[in-house]
Design a protein around this ligand. Structure first.
Ligand code: SAH
Ligand code: SF4
Ligand code: F3S
Length: 474
């Protein structure tokens, strides 16, 4: 039987601090029915932070607005990883120039990076709050609600994590779960340590309670999040390692898939590969960003590993019994990158055999050491390198995906393209599979799909049998 559920359904889960049964949001503060809208930019951690912020707002009696225009409170949860991302925020804020009837707030990485300067550039903004201060959101909101302007939460030096009363998850299929916040690395190009603060792990008890509640709410897939997720160290009495935690989340009754992102190569161990090999619930996928294939550049980037050390870790993954997919992030045009060094990155794509690569042109960022390095690469040359690298990777993916034609894959169905009459979902290896089926509703189900065609970014196939159970173990 396939259980139907609405893709827009809101799952409200209880705090990660007790094993009490799930409660739905109740308004603890009366805000006269004010409404909110959050627009989110950036990474999955930001997306999940927005879900938690939405939970905080619901608990204060706010209700979701259908659009930004209709909202009494408009929040931008921002990203400043590259210059373009940060610019987008100011162009969005510009659309509300002089706005007085609605409260406008800036959250996230641009908030932390630009701080009170945001009030100078956009005086109609009333709240600026970085992610390390989200615990204070109820107090900050109270200040705004009682007429306050220029309200800030910008402390970065914290050992706290953002634990919320409720989380309003947007995705009914895959539940995000933050296990570690901030970052203690100091990659020379990166703003994250400046925008998200020092590394702090959540206690494993809280994480496991939340995982159990997610399973009870019907989720079968959990994605553990952290900028360096595998640097996890349990501050609680159980003292779990990252691998202990992976195995424990995978063992939660009802959870069929566990993903984790992003892994830092420096903390990537053989034990992680062994755990994936031994635990079917741990997905066959590791996102292990390399950034560059040149050891000299890796040193300049302060990535803490060499090309050879990185490739050795890849060889552990490739030697596993399960076919574990590896994906990566790459930066081209870092200051001083020669053509030969760029070609080392291209050749590393072949050596690593990636199933996906997010590639970016280097963008100088405030407060980073790389921003003052000499040897800037001209913009046009950066773009040439990017296009070359992307075409090379496209060929690698085309060839790798072609080997799957004829195979049968288990797909967790997450969407439907009504116009094409197709369902879509992901394999354990995180590949996108589009397929046709006679069945009426497959959302949230695990479907067996025979792969008939392949492209660089997805597979196409046909549903072969019923389902292998889904959200509620049907
Ligand atoms: N914590 C993750 C990466 C987070 S940022 C890690 O250590 O791998 C996501 C990606 O953005 C990075 O992997 C990097 O490829 C890219 N990135 C970060 N800073 C950048 C910059 N200044 N210019 C271009 N790309 C950048
Ligand atoms: Fe940025 Fe490096 Fe930390 Fe990743 S590990 S968030 S790239 S400083
Ligand atoms: Fe962007 Fe901040 Fe994430 S800079 S990528 S939103 S950690």
């Amino acid at each position: 039987m396939s259980k139907s559920f609405d893709i827009t359904v809101e799952s409200l889960t209880k705090p990660a601090t007790s094993d009490a049964p799930e409660v739905h949001a109740t308004a603890s503060v009366n805000n006269g029915g004010k409404s909110f809208f959050i627009e989110t930019f950036g990474c999955q951690m930001n997306a999940h932070d927005s879900e938690k912020v939405a939970g905080v707002l619901l608990a204060r009696g706010y209700r979701p607005a259908a659009s930004a225009a209709q909202a009494d409170l408009m929040l931008y949860n921002t990203c400043s990883i590259r210059e373009k991302a940060a610019q987008k925020v100011f162009s969005r804020l510009g659309e509300w120039r002089g706005e007085k009837s609605k409260v406008i707030g800036v959250l996230g990485c641009v908030a932390q990076q630009e701080g009170e300067d945001i009030f100078e550039r956009a005086p109609w903004v009333r709240l600026v709050c970085g992610s390390a201060s989200y615990r204070k959101l109820p107090e900050l909101l109270e200040e705004v609600e009682s007429g306050g302007w220029r309200v800030t939460g910008l402390d970065l030096d914290t050992d706290e994590t953002f634990e919320t009363e409720i989380t309003r998850r947007d995705n009914p299929i895959r539940a995000y779960l933050t296990i570690i916040e901030g970052c203690d690395y100091a990659c020379s190009y990166c703003v994250v340590p400046h925008t998200r603060g020092p590394e702090r792990s959540r206690a494993s008890d809280a994480i496991l309670s939340e995982a159990r509640r997610l399973a009870e709410a019907g989720y079968t897939e959990i994605q553990l999040l952290g900028q360096t997720v595998n640097s996890y160290r349990d501050p609680g009495p159980r003292g779990m390692s990252f691998v202990d935690l992976l195995r424990a989340v995978a063992a939660v009754n009802g959870i069929r898939r566990v993903r984790f992102t992003t892994s830092h190569p420096n903390d990537f161990t053989r034990e992680i590969v062994q755990a994936i090999d031994e635990t079917p619930e741990l997905c066959e996928h590791v996102h292990l960003p390399v950034q560059s294939g040149s050891t000299r550049l890796l040193r300049a980037m302060r990535r803490t590993y060499t090309r050879e050390e990185y490739l050795e870790k890849i060889s552990w993954i490739k030697a596993a019994r399960r076919p574990i997919s590896v994906t990566s992030d790459v930066i081209v045009g870092f200051p001083g990158e020669t053509e030969d060094e760029f070609q080392e990155t291209v050749s590393l794509l072949d050596a690593a055999g990636y199933d996906g690569v997010f590639s970016f042109v280097y963008s100088p960022r405030p407060n980073t050491t790389a921003a003052s390095m000499t040897g800037a690469i001209p913009e046009q040359e950066k773009l040439r390198r990017l296009a070359y690298l992307q075409e090379h990777q496209r060929q690698i993916q085309t060839a790798r995906n072609a080997t799957l034609v004829g195979s049968t894959q288990e797909v967790l169905v997450d969407s439907r393209h009504a116009a094409r009459g197709q369902w879509s979902g992901r394999t354990s290896s995180n590949r996108v599979v589009n397929f046709v089926s006679q069945q009426e509703n497959l959302l949230g189900e695990y479907a067996l799909v025979r792969v008939e065609r392949s492209g660089p970014n997805s597979l196409v196939g046909e549903h072969v049998t019923g389902t292998t159970g889904g959200r509620h173990g049907t």
